[in-house]
Design a protein around this ligand. Structure first.
Ligand SMILES: [Zn+2]
Ligand SMILES: [Zn+2]
Length: 287
């Protein structure tokens, strides 16, 4: 049935993008935005570019993955928000301003190359400086980075502690193993989870959930029909399926999630940005 529906869908015209109330914007899944270029899954944003999850009052943010809840002037950063401004190449800087190359710093301002700070100002490599010392040292470091063409570039992929395929990057911008390795990312070969520990064989499971018998559903282990990984179905989930009279899922949660993600549009512009009937590029105009 799913296969048949997929085949039917492929014969139907597809919406170029879902962009609502977003003048001057391009990308996909955008609403209530203005002048956002190549943004995806974004709303309540203005003058942003090349971002995904740019939202909830984001302004002047570029090259970001998740910036919002009052985010201003965020560049090349990940998961930034809650009253933030002026971040360059940071990861998870919340309620902080003027952060550069910092990681997990909260309620901190004017910090460079620091990690895990709370309520600290004027730190470099987590070391406390006076405002004057900080400004002088920072200027020298930035000048040196600029001379090496490093300033503004994100941390190199070799710093990543995870394989590309086990991060959300794979979900947002899927790569093959070869592509990831070529770009310098790692690739995790070892599968997570357990295999072959299932207590239920699908061939023994009746079609109707009403006929499914188990002494304790919480103790049962299932095996995914797609990737063979083990997973559980908890009692509340089982009751919910039973209530709706829908069958137990034969796929693990990861495979179900991957299937949902695959069904939505990719985070890139259809190229060329051109309608089949049109002779001009289709770009929203600022009204
Ligand atoms: Zn699976
Ligand atoms: Zn057209």
């Amino acid at each position: 049935m799913r296969k048949k529906f997929g085949e039917f869908l492929a014969t139907q015209p597809r919406k170029y993008a879902e962009i609502v109330n977003a003048p001057g914007s391009s990308g996909n899944y955008i609403s209530d935005a203005k002048n956002c270029r190549e943004c995806f899954h974004s709303y309540d944003a203005e003058d942003c570019a090349y971002g995904e999850h740019v939202w909830r009052n984001a302004k002047d943010c570029m090259d970001v993955s998740t910036a919002g809840r009052n985010a201003n002037m965020i560049y090349n950063s990940i998961n930034t928000g809650i009253d933030v401004a002026n971040h360059i190449c940071c990861v998870q800087g919340w309620s902080s301003t003027f952060l550069e190359y910092s990681l997990n710093c909260f309620n901190s301002n004017h910090c460079l190359g620091s990690a895990g700070l709370r309520k600290r100002d004027y730190c470099i490599l987590n070391k406390q400086y006076t405002k004057e010392e900080y400004e002088e040292l920072r200027e020298n470091i930035v000048a040196e980075m600029k001379a090496k063409n490093e300033y503004g570039e994100f941390f190199p992929p070799s710093f990543a502690p995870f394989g590309y395929n086990e991060t959300v990057a794979q979900e947002q911008f899927p790569l093959t193993k070869e592509q990831a390795l070529k770009l310098g990312f790692g690739w995790e070969e070892h599968p997570r989870g357990t295999y072959g520990k299932e207590t239920v064989q699908w061939k023994d499971v009746p079609d109707s959930i009403k006929d499914f018998k188990s002494a304790d559903i919480n103790k049962e282990v299932f095996a995914c029909v797609n990737c063979k990984k083990n997973y559980r179905i908890i009692a509340a989930e089982f009751q919910f399926y039973k209530h709706l009279n829908i069958p137990l899922s034969r796929m693990c949660p990861d495979c179900r999630h991957a299937r949902r993600v695959a069904a939505r549009g990719p985070n890139r512009l259809s190229s060329p940005q051109q309608c089949r009937c049109d002779y001009k590029l289709y770009v929203n105009e600022v009204i």
